[in-house]
Structure formats: C-alpha cells, structure tokens
Design a protein around this ligand. Structure first.
Ligand code: DGL
Length: 276
C-alpha cells in the first residue's frame, strides 16, 4: 500500500457526494474515486443481503482500481455491510455513524429527531448507538421512504420534495425536537430546504465532516496520507442512468466532472440485485 494510491468512496447514489465534499475539504491532496450505485438506489428498503452484495461488488471494483482505503459514504450500507467489509478486506474501512451523539450534547429541549432510511433505523449499529446515549435525551427516529428517490431524480427544492419533507418533519417538530440529525448522506443535499422549513431555532446536523476527519486520522496512522504538494483529482462511476447522474454530479460537484459507467467493469456487476 502506498500514499500515492486513491481513496475509494461509495454510496447508493449521489448522496455520498455530501461526504466527498467534506473529504475534499479535509484532504486536498488525495485522489478520490467515487461510485454512485444509482442503478440500485435506494438501498434503504432493500433486504440486507442485497445491500451486502452491492457493497461487496463495489468494494471489489474499487480494489481493482487500486484504492488504499474504502469510505462507505452511506449510512444504510454501513449498517448492512460495514462489519462484513471489515472482516473480509485487509485495508482500512471508514463508515458512517449518524450524528446522534453531538445532537444529544447540543439539544436544549431534550428531544432529537433522526431522519434516516428504514434499514438504517432497523440496524444493529443504530440500536447500539441508542443504547449508549438514549437515556440522555428523547430520540425520535423518522424513516423517510421516498426521499432518496426525490433527490436521485434531481428534485432538491420542488413541490413534491417540499410536501414530503413537511410531512416527515411535522411529527418531530410537534413533539418538541429542536435538533435534527440527517442520518442519510443524501439528505444534506436538502439542507437549505430543511432549514427553510424548520426555521433558525432548530439545529440540523450531519456527520460528513466528522467522517472526513476520521479518514484523515486513519490515513495518518497508517502512514498513507498523499504527498501534501499534490493537487487531488476525482473520478466518478455510476451504475445508473449516465445522463441523469452526470447532470446531478455536474450540479452538486463540478460542471466538468467526468462520469464513467460501471457496467463496463465485470467485477462491479457480478452481484446484481434481483429486480424489485
Ligand atoms: N445515502 C444513503 C444513506 O446514507 C441512502 C440510502 C438509500 O439508498 O436508501 O443511507
């Protein structure tokens, strides 16, 4: 393993770009390889075995590209597959944890809402997290079916997304939540709309920056930080509609970002999900 190698980052779609943004801010010299598995999004309502299969296929694809670390930039894939990936692959694996701990530390009303996918909220990882901190605040988990689909379709502030969000947020606000955790990496793309809907009194947290700091710590500990005088580059792949994903990546990342298709790589498609 050498410091020159890239980092591999993946999500069920464009959600992980919210984590990629923080990693780029923290580590300007690293080359970042990003896979948007949009052809199989959303993960959040799929069986665990299907999510595991995708996580393994994408990890093997990224290892074929020579990455030195995997960042699971997806809370759902973390809950479903992070222990499996850590047991199977001898490289550092960094994964997500919803920002519930900082939320509990900051809430004044003592009520915290957690927006995430059904699978994340049902995961052992989330149960363990709650067991460690639940006594310190009332935690209200809120599954958000349909929200990832809206974001993947590019609707970040339209009427349908706004209506859906209002419906999801209203029970949390009604019960006195003054702090909201975005426990899915897609949701930070809706941060301006969420801020508008909840108002300035409600704090909204996600864990992208904390994960980026963890990536830096793990690379430094392994002696794998890229040479500081280098300018890092990104490469993108998708398993989804290349036109749609290209449009989203251009909007959320950079207009000149170049996207490649995952189907060109046999490893990445060897674990295809049964169609829904
Ligand atoms: N970005 C993924 C997460 O953090 C979205 C999951 C999905 O595809 O449903 O959970």
């Amino acid at each position: 393993m050498s410091p020159e190698q890239p980092l591999g980052i993946f999500d069920s779609g464009i959600g992980g770009l919210s984590v990629l943004r923080e990693i780029r801010r923290e580590l300007p010299a690293e080359n970042l390889f990003y896979v948007a598995d949009s052809g199989h999004a959303p993960y959040g309502d799929k069986p665990l075995s299907a999510i595991e299969a995708r996580a393994v296929a994408i990890t093997e694809f990224l290892l074929d590209q020579g990455v030195k670390m995997i960042v699971v930039a997806c809370n759902t894939a973390t809950g479903a597959a992070a222990p499996l990936l850590r047991g199977r692959y001898p490289i550092p694996i960094v994964a997500m944890e919803p920002a519930v701990k900082p939320a509990v530390a900051r809430t004044r009303s003592g009520v915290v809402g957690v927006l995430a996918t059904r699978q994340t909220l049902a995961s052992q990882q989330f149960a363990d997290l709650l067991a460690r901190i639940e006594q310190d605040a009332l935690i209200l988990p809120q599954p958000c079916p349909g929200l990832v689909e809206q974001i993947e379709s590019g609707d970040l502030d339209g009427d349908v997304t706004r209506c859906l969000l209002e419906r999801l947020l209203s029970p949390l606000l009604g019960r006195g939540a003054d702090t909201l955790v975005l426990g899915c990496t897609h949701y930070p793309h809706l941060a301006p709309l969420i801020a508008e809907l909840v108002g300035p009194e409600v704090m909204v947290l996600d864990s992208g920056a904390a994960v980026a700091r963890q990536v830096r710590r793990r690379l430094a500990a392994a002696g794998l930080l890229a040479p500081a005088d280098r300018v890092g580059r990104e490469r993108f792949w998708t398993s989804g509609d290349p036109v749609m994903t290209q449009r989203l990546i251009a909007r959320l990342w950079h207009p000149d970002a170049v996207l490649e298709h995952l189907d060109a790589h046999p490893h990445a498609t060897s674990c295809r999900l049964p169609s829904a």
